[in-house]
Design a protein around this ligand. Structure first.
Ligand code: ZN
Ligand code: ZN
Length: 118
């Protein structure tokens, strides 16, 4: 694993409680537990060049729970791939810049199964 990743990774944990910061917002990472915020700019200013996207982070840290700050959820007709429930909730968020499109996350309200489509 690249050293730069682990350096950048240190900045992604809450300085107060050590929780993995939520990097969904491109401007800052915030702690889902205590609200601690770290500006993305601060991360860039550190010794490592911050070239890793939030998406890369999530892939690397997939053992961490998916932490959400959900802006809004919409209920749609759809079938849960897991339990076949006939309603799904979804929310859309920008993972990177506004130019690169959004990822839609679906969640089954019944079994809480989550998946996304690009
Ligand atoms: Zn915290
Ligand atoms: Zn389900």
């Amino acid at each position: 694993m690249a050293t730069s990743f682990w350096k950048a990774r240190d900045f992604l944990f809450c300085g107060v409680c050590g929780t993995l910061l939520d990097l969904d917002n491109i401007r800052y990472a915030s702690c889902p537990l205590c609200g601690f915020k770290r500006m993305a700019k601060d991360i860039e200013d550190k010794e490592t060049r911050y070239s890793i996207t939030a998406e890369d982070m999530r892939r690397q840290l997939k053992t961490q729970p998916f932490v959400d700050v959900v802006v809004q959820k919409t209920v749609i007709d759809g079938t849960c791939p897991k339990c076949k429930h006939n309603k799904l909730e979804y929310d859309q968020r920008q993972l990177r810049s506004a130019d690169e499109g959004a990822t839609t996350f679906y969640e089954c309200p019944k079994c809480n199964y989550r998946f996304n489509e690009n």
